[in-house]
Design a protein around this ligand. Structure first.
Ligand code: COA
Length: 261
């Protein structure tokens, strides 16, 4: 039984869970409640073995997430702001989530919204989507990982330009610089996203989770350390029944039936 949430919707389709940030009137801006509920829903889905892949999107046809709720910034002290960011880090909840997360970007993907997408594993955008880190226009800087994850994903020059100018780029440009994996017409966004999500959800959950862990190590360690960790995680797959099932299914020329064991 799912918890109920005020600011987001949760839907399950087979092994894929879809989280929809549901504040369309505010372009799905992240207020404290949304961050709290976002972190809570990640906890719920982490513990749910029936869920293999998570998709995050925004309600309505205008925005994925238009950033942090700017109204909440007014009058906030440095210490209050820091406490909010540390105790309710949606970005951290996404970053440390053990199953794949796909950002289905259906419109404005700005500031904290772009940082949510960056914390996800795969980003798929509709043609009308736009991306940016416009914090500089408010006299602040990205605080949800933007300076670090955007730089790792698209390189220092492009990240620097986006962060220093606050420029908003369109989906095609985001694709060209490697910020998104695919760009599709808005009416095909869900189909394309679910196709990729289902393809991953069909694999063995243990291998998927270990593969995700191994890939994430690449941007957080040097090559020797990363290669060592990869060997360990590879060997760990050999402790699973899924590895026996996958290998036997290949040898017996049949489709594997993975159990996540
Ligand atoms: N925080 C709080 N409220 C936001 C918001 C945000 N990040 N983004 C949009 N909203 C609110 C607007 O204040 C407006 O509320 P209102 O109807 O009560 O006045 C509502 O959402 C609709 O926004 P509007 O600007 O009228 O919509 P639009 O479609 O013309 O423009 C954006 C959309 C996203 C381009 C524009 O709202 C914008 O620039 N938002 C701020 C983006 C930003 O700087 N994000 C980084 C924050 S750190």
């Amino acid at each position: 039984m799912s918890q109920s949430y005020e600011t987001l919707l949760l839907e399950r389709r087979d092994r894929v869970a879809i989280i929809t940030i549901n504040r369309p009137d505010k372009r799905n801006a992240l207020n404290i409640k949304t961050r709290e509920e976002g972190a809570a829903v990640m906890e719920e889905l982490r513990a749910d073995d029936s869920v293999g892949v998570v998709v995050i999107t925004g309600a309505g046809d205008k925005a994925f997430i238009a950033g942090a709720d700017i109204a909440e910034f007014a009058g906030r002290t440095a210490l209050t702001q820091r406490a909010v960011m540390v105790s309710r880090s949606l970005f951290n909840a996404i970053d440390t989530f053990p199953k794949p997360i796909i950002a289905m970007v259906n419109g404005y993907c700005l500031g904290g919204g772009c940082e949510v997408a960056l914390a996800c594993d795969i980003r798929i955008a509709s043609e009308n989507a736009s991306f940016g880190q416009p914090e500089i226009n408010l006299g602040i800087i990205p605080g949800g990982g933007g300076t670090q994850r955007l730089t790792r994903l698209v390189g220092e020059g492009k990240a620097m330009e986006m962060i220093l100018t606050g420029e908003i780029i369109d989906a095609r440009t985001a694709f060209a610089i490697g910020l998104v994996n695919h760009v599709v017409p808005l009416d095909q966004l869900e189909t394309k996203t679910m196709e990729i999500a289902n393809r991953i959800a069909d694999k063995g959950p243990i291998a998927v989770s270990l593969a995700k862990e191994a890939v994430k190590i690449a941007s957080r360690s040097n090559l020797d350390e990363g290669l060592r960790r990869e060997v360990d995680l590879f060997a760990l797959c050999f402790s699973s029944e899924d590895k026996d099932e996958g290998v036997n299914a290949f040898l017996e020329k049949r489709k594997p039936a993975f159990k996540g064991k």
